[in-house]
Design a protein around this ligand. Sequence first.
Ligand code: TRP
Ligand code: SF4
Length: 405
Amino acid sequence: MNSIPDRHARVLSGMRPTGRLHLGHYHGVLKNWVRLQHEYECFFFVADWHALTTHYDEPGIIGEHVWDMVIDWLAADINPGVAKLFIQSRVPEHAELHVLLSMITPLGWLERVPSYKDQQEKLKEKDLATFGFLGYPLLQSADILIYKASLVPVGEDQVAHVELTREVARRFNHIYGREPGFEEKAEAAIKKMGAKNARLYKELRKRYQEQGDDEALQTARALVEARQNMTLSDRERLIGYLEGGGIIILPEPQALLTPASKFPGLDGQKMSKSYDNTIALREAPQSVQAKLRAMPTDPARVRRTDPGEPEKCPVWPLHKIYSTAETQDWAQKGCRSAGIGCLECKQPLIDAVLAELAPIRERALEFENNPALVRNIIAEGCEAARDVACVTMEEVREAMGLAYR
Ligand code: TRP
Ligand code: SF4
C-alpha cells in the first residue's frame, strides 16, 4: 500500500509473443484488457525479451509472432486510441532498469521464485540454467516499475513475480529514497501546501503515526495527490514523510488477479497450443465449424439412440459458456433422453462461436491488409511508453548517483 494513489491509476501488462492467439487467450486475458482500458491508463506490451529467456535458440520466429500477436490484440478490440501498445525491446530503458535493479537484488530472492524451478522441470529439453532465465522475474519487475504501474493484471502463476517486484521496490526506496536533508525538505514542502492544508496534513500525519489510523493516511495521500501544482519530488517527499521513511521513488504495484480461466479446448482439457486443441481468433469459419463438429462427445453415445450424460462430455463446458439457460436445458434433456444427436447439440455452439469471432476476424482483416497502420500504432505506443520510462530512469539514475553525465 505504499504506492501513490492516482486517480488515473496506471495498469501495465505484458504477453509473450507465442504466435496467434486463441479463444482461451480471448476469454482469459484479452476481454479483461478491453475492459481495463476504459477504466485506467493502460500500457500493454509484447514481452519479446521474455520470450528469449526460454526460446533463445529460436530467434527466427519471434518477429512473426510479435506482429501476429499485435494484430490479434487489435482484432480483439484493444483500442490503441486509449491504451498504449508497445514492444519491450523498443524501449531499451527496461534493460537499463533491469541492470540497475540487479545490483540490489539478492540472488536468493530470484532462486526462490517458484517459476524458476518449475519451468526448469517442465521444459527439460531446454537448458534453462542461464543468467537470463534466472533474472527474468527481475526483468518483469523493471517492466512494471519503470511505468510506476499501480495495477498489474496477471494470472495466478505470475503473482509471485509481482510480489518480488514489491520487495525490490521497497528495497530500492529504502536504500535510495533517503536523500540528505529529507526532513527539512519535507517540512519545506509542507509549507508550500498553504496554511490550511499544511495544518490538515500535519494533523493527519500525526493521527497515522501515533494511532496507526489508515484512513488518515489515505486522506493525507489524497490531499497530497491533489496538489498538482507542486513538483513531483515534493509530492513524493510528502507521501514518504507520512510514513516516516524517505522518498518513494518506485511505488509498489499490486497484482490484479485475473480469475483463472480454464477455457475448455476441443478435447475437454484447458485450451492450449501445446495440447493442439485450440480455435484461433482468426480461424476461418469453415475450420471452426469442422473442428467443433469433430469434437469428441460422451463416449457412451456410440449410436444416435444411446442416451448420454453432458457431465461426461467435453462439449458441455462450452454450452455453459455460450448458451442461454434455455438452450442448456434443451441440450441436457435431449442428451439424456437421446432426443437430439450430438451434431444437433453442437449447432448452437457453432453459431455462437462464429458470431463471436466474426467481428474479430473482420477487424483483423483490416490490419492484415494494412501492415503500415500496425507499425504506426506500435511506433506511437513505443514513443509514449518511452516518454514515461525516460522520466523514471532520470529519477533512478539521480537516486543511484549516476546523474553526472
Ligand atoms: N512474464 C509474463 C508472462 O510470461 C509476461 C510479462 C512480462 C508481464 N513482463 C510483464 C506481465 C509485466 C505483467 C507485467 O506471461
Ligand atoms: Fe455431448 Fe451434446 Fe452429445 Fe450429449 S448430446 S454427448 S452433451 S454433444
